[in-house]
Ligand binder design. Structure first.
Ligand code: PLP
Length: 382
């Protein structure tokens, strides 16, 4: 029997606890497991290696992304670093030029010191990608939609080129979640998430994940998960498992609210430009419709003002919370140039369009009327 996403979100990976029948997967808060005789155990030896609460979460995630295997890590960046550890000194990585600032920092400042070479390129057209491939290119890494410019990359076309050249492709699916976009179905080798965001959905956990179909890739990454040891706690796994149950519902509401806000902001005199793939005016609208099943809760706007006016707007909000991160049930708003993308050099920020009047919203599930009133009163200060 095959199940729809909404059913999988509630049931996949979890079954009543064999000991008590508990319907919710218990928090197996243990570091170790008793053995009957040396080497004779029930599949669990030590919680860095495996933990039953984590096993349930990983099984759920694999089902939701349409993968065979999933691995979770103590943060999104720890998941990213595990992939980088598949590479050797001298290997070359092609990465999208518009990336979360922390990913850019990990690539350009940390992994580059291990002798891995990175090129950050526009993935808007396949020819640029083909032109930039090198003999030693081993990994293609991109986000779509990108953070914070919401540029879309054609997943099927881009990963096809990677596959033809034997290059591992990873799509950071944090902004969409598998409720709205499934990179593995479109040809990617690995779907990556900062589960800190929509997958957990409640702004109370930091976690990352990798989902894949290849058993060989899984085994190499599973080895690294244990060997490096950046694993999440059983309690955090429990929280994310709980959050996943409402993922389908939440993404529907995030999308509905973001769409209404985007359309309203497009007509607002204090807003210079709205970037949202759900708007028919958006240059990526057709691609969004072809590779996403909804447009998501992320919205970027350019305020019609300078840095001071933009700061005043952000400080005047009462319902929307000025904070880093995204994907929670509450609306979060931030200033990428000063906050999430401060680690991206100023000249690159200018090149990709992260200007001083650019603001990113993660639209929550509140009443959209209340959000509009809040934004309107704050924009009055511009
Ligand atoms: N990828 C994207 C798109 C993100 O927005 C973030 C964090 O903001 C990360 C990766 C890194 O994840 P984490 O903060 O969980 O390490």
């Amino acid at each position: 029997m095959s199940f729809d996403f909404e059913t999988l979100a509630v049931h996949a990976g979890v079954s009543p606890d064999p000991l008590t029948g508990a319907v919710m997967t218990p928090i197996y808060q243990t570091s170790t497991y008793a053995q009957a005789s040396p080497g004779e155990h029930k599949g669990y030896e030590y919680s860095r290696t495996d933990n039953p609460t984590r096993t349930a979460l990983q099984a759920s995630l694999a089902a939701l992304e349409g993968g065979e295997h999933a691995l979770v890590f103590s943060s999104g960046l720890a998941a990213t670093d595990a992939v980088l550890n598949l590479l050797d000194a001298g290997d070359h990585v092609l990465a999208g030029e518009d990336l979360y600032g922390g990913t850019y920092r990990l690539f350009s400042q940390v992994a580059s010191k291990r002798g891995i070479e990175f090129a950050f390129i526009s993935l808007n057209d396949c020819q640029t990608l083909k032109d930039r491939l090198k003999r030693n290119t081993r990994l293609l890494w991109f986000e779509t939609p990108t953070n914070p410019m919401l540029n879309l990359i054609d997943i099927a076309a881009t990963t096809k080129i990677a596959r033809e050249h034997g290059i591992l492709s990873v799509v950071d699916n944090t902004f969409m979640s598998p409720a709205l976009q499934r990179p593995l179905d479109l040809g990617a080798d690995i779907a990556m998430h900062s589960m800190t965001k929509f997958l957990n959905g409640h702004s109370d956990v930091v976690m990352g994940s990798l989902i894949m179909r290849s058993k060989e890739t899984y085994e190499r990454l599973k080895y690294l998960q244990n060997a490096i040891g950046a694993v999440p706690s059983p309690f955090d796994c429990f929280l994310v498992l709980r959050g996943l149950k409402t993922l389908a519902l939440r993404m529907e509401r995030h999308t509905g609210n973001a769409t209404k806000l985007a359309q309203w902001l497009e007509t607002h005199p204090k807003i210079h430009r709205v970037i949202y793939p759900g708007l028919t005016s958006d240059p990526y609208h057709a691609l969004a419709k072809s590779q996403m099943s909804g447009f998501g809760g992320m919205l970027t706007v350019l305020v019609d003002g300078d840095l001071d006016q933009t700061k005043r707007f952000l400080s005047s909000l009462k319902v929307c919370t000025l904070a880093e991160s995204l994907g929670g049930v509450e609306t979060l708003i931030e200033h990428p140039a000063i906050m999430t993308h401060a680690s991206v050099p100023a000249e690159i920020r200018q090149k990709i369009g992260i200007h001083d009047n650019l603001v990113r919203l993660s639209v929550g599930i509140e009443s959209v009327k209340d959000l509009m009133e809040d934004i309107d009163q704050a924009l009055a200060s511009v």
